[in-house]
Write a protein that binds this ligand. Structure first.
Ligand code: AMP
Length: 618
């Protein structure tokens, strides 16, 4: 019989593995009966690599040779803010990968990509599972944060490949947590999964009906986690230390490592106690740190971080057009949700107690194992997921043309027809972008498709189809088809570090870009969407045509009467009007008039100086 599928929660701080045995999840444990495996790799004496708890113990002595939280780096560019923040936060050396702008971490004399580090962790998990469960694991369901982008998902899949594990599915962590509820309670409900782990936070609203799991909305922050609480405690303690000794602890990696370790222990201790004493003898030279931290003080420091997560929850409820009273469960996962203040604030926010009986550490791995076992039997739960990030291409005028909007259900396929915008244009270069910024160059570049040898023709006459498809693992496939010649190109977005996708969008080649062959909405009715307006402007600009724009309130849809503003626009009529002024001019209304209607269902006026300037100057 085939070995059971491993359900792997590949966490930033810890890794948890489960399998299904006799219909029940069984957790992988180490010799000491622990099921949390620190996601840490240390290079010891003689280039021996140590993993997990041993790596943590050794790491105290060789902080520069210990890598943790590699999940924060996976699938990112070196120039990414998150990577730059991590460089200041972690004692190990993080550098740019000369082959393509990604990240390398240094372990002794060797350099590894974050996915190689994750691969080592997965390999260690696989080997331990083989030994403990007496199986030959080959397949896994691996969980990733819902907010992971395509590059991060692809990199995680490649990490599994390095450990010789076939990924049956990359499962979003919150969906996995919801799957762990599977056999309990009523079958039609909407659950909020609030996941505050070591490195990332995410929130998802999931509707469960029989075996159908439909993600209604998801959001998160890939740089908000328990590590930030530890970092905050370290800052507080190192300030105290500096005040009494004049020594900056950050300059002493070994001491900093001890401080961090102790900060985390103190934080956990304060989950159960009101106060906790800290003593770190000879922290630097003869100077020791002796102090105490109270739960009250920790809570005062932690509150803004928890509030940040709740703001994201509010945004998510809004995206799903729901209010908390419509939820039937609130599931708390991630180690940090053990903190009493966090629990209390989340329960107050949602107006209900968190669901009991969920272990915040193991629910995700158990859900992954369940899904693995069901997939093996050919009856996996139907997971209706959504994509958390908008995807599109650049079009003329340095605009983003979104093909798949965030919170669209996946798997999904969307296509649109584009055209050349210059006479005799024989190349169409479509840069694949990720993000919501209407200015194309401000988004993240994932790759590009180039169709060359287009038939020479007048502008706006060629037909170029672009199709985006997101598969069930959340991975993007893009196809460009020149309908005149049948010539087509296809790519799968393979991480951010291929030759093609090494830098952020930056400057985009204007002469080879395309224009939408038809504006998506020649008439815009409210609620107002800036990107739609820009689409139309762009089209008019490219076509030198005129068009009519109507902005209406939501009520208009019901009464068919209330048109707030309407205006004819032409390329020429923009004249010297720039920025916000041009915006109001185009809409044929005055600022005061707009302000008068601000309280209505139309969106608030937004500062859009920048994008319009660049469009109108041309
Ligand atoms: P995870 O990524 O889900 O393994 O979560 C790990 C995070 O949870 C780390 O930042 C831990 O410090 C934190 N954590 C674990 N146990 C506790 C606890 N009892 N109280 C507060 N935080 C905890």
């Amino acid at each position: 019989m085939a070995s059971p599928v491993l359900g792997i929660d590949l966490g930033t701080t810890n890794c948890v593995v489960a399998i299904i045995k006799d219909d029940k999840p069984v957790l992988l444990q180490d010799d000491q009966g622990q099921h949390l495996f620190p996601s840490v790799v240390t290079l010891g004496e003689g280039d021996n690599i140590w993993m997990g708890r041993e790596a943590v113990a050794l790491g105290a002595a060789v902080p520069g040779r210990t890598v943790y939280a590699s999940k924060r780096l996976i699938g990112r560019w070196y120039s990414d803010n998150v990577v730059q923040k991590a460089r200041n936060m972690y004692p190990y050396h993080i550098m740019e990968n000369p082959a393509g702008g990604g990240v390398l971490v240094q372990l002794g004399d060797n350099r590894y990509t974050p996915e190689e580090i994750s691969g080592m962790i997965l390999k260690a998990m696989k080997d331990l599972a083989a030994k403990r469960f007496d199986i030959t694991p080959e397949e896994a369901v691996i969980t990733v944060p819902a907010y992971f982008n395509h590059a991060q998902r692809e990199a995680t899949q490649r990490a599994a490949g390095k450990a010789n594990l076939r990924v049956l599915r990359l499962l979003n962590e919150p969906t996995a947590a919801a799957l762990s509820l599977q056999s309990e309670g009523q079958s039609d409900r909407v659950v909020a999964v609030y996941d505050f782990g070591g490195g990332t936070f995410d929130i998802s609203l999931i509707r469960i009906q029989e075996a159908v799991y439909e993600v209604l909305a998801t959001d998160g922050d890939t740089f908000l986690g328990g590590d930030d609480f530890d970092g905050m405690i370290c800052d507080e303690l190192s300030n105290q230390f500096e005040q009494s000794t004049g020594i900056k602890l950050r300059n002493f990696p070994l001491s900093w490592h001890r401080l961090r370790d102790s900060a985390e222990k103190t934080k956990k201790e304060l989950t159960h106690s009101e106060r906790c004493a800290l003593y770190l003898p000879r922290l630097v030279g003869e100077d020791s740190l002796a102090t105490e931290l109270t739960r009250l003080k920790l809570e005062e420091m932690a509150k803004p971080l928890i509030e940040r997560s709740l703001k994201i929850c509010a945004r998510t409820l809004e995206a799903a057009k729901m209010n908390p009273s419509e939820l039937s469960d609130v599931i708390l996962v991630g180690g940090q949700t053990r903190m009493p203040l966090l629990r209390q604030m989340v329960e107050e926010f949602f107006g209900r107690p968190a669901s009991p009986g969920i272990d915040p550490d193991t629910a995700v791995a158990e859900g992954a194992a369940r899904e693995g076992s069901m997939l093996r039997e050919g009856k996996g739960a139907l997971l209706l997921d959504i994509t958390p990030i908008t995807l599109g291409i650049n079009i003329v005028g340095n605009r983003l043309y979104p093909l798949i909007h965030r919170n669209t259900k996946i798997p999904v396929r969307k296509d649109h027809m584009f055209t050349t915008h210059r006479d005799a244009q024989t190349t169409a270069r479509m840069v694949i972008l990720q993000g919501d910024n209407p200015v194309a160059s401000e988004n993240v570049r994932l790759g590009e498709i180039v169709l060359s040898n287009l038939q020479e023709s007048e502008r706006f006459s060629s037909k170029i189809e672009v199709a985006f498809e997101i598969d069930a693992n959340g991975i993007l496939h893009v196809k460009g088809i020149d309908q005149d010649t049948g010539n087509e190109k296809e790519i799968t977005i393979r991480g951010s570090f291929d030759e093609e996708g090494k830098e952020k969008a930056g400057d985009l080649p204007e002469s080879e870009t395309v224009a939408p062959s038809e504006p998506s909405a020649p008439t815009i009715s409210g609620p107002f969407r800036e990107t739609e307006l820009i689409d139309v402007l762009c089209f008019l600009h490219a076509n030198q045509k005129s068009g009519r724009i109507e902005i209406s309130t939501k009520e208009k849809e019901q009464t068919g009467s209330m048109i707030m503003a309407a205006g004819e626009i032409t390329h020429a009529s923009l004249g010297d009007h720039k920025g916000k002024d041009a915006f109001f001019y185009v809409l044929g209304m005055r600022e005061g008039y707009y302000a008068f209607h601000e309280g209505e269902s139309i969106a608030e006026p937004r500062e859009i100086e920048e994008p319009f300037d660049s469009l109108i100057k041309r």
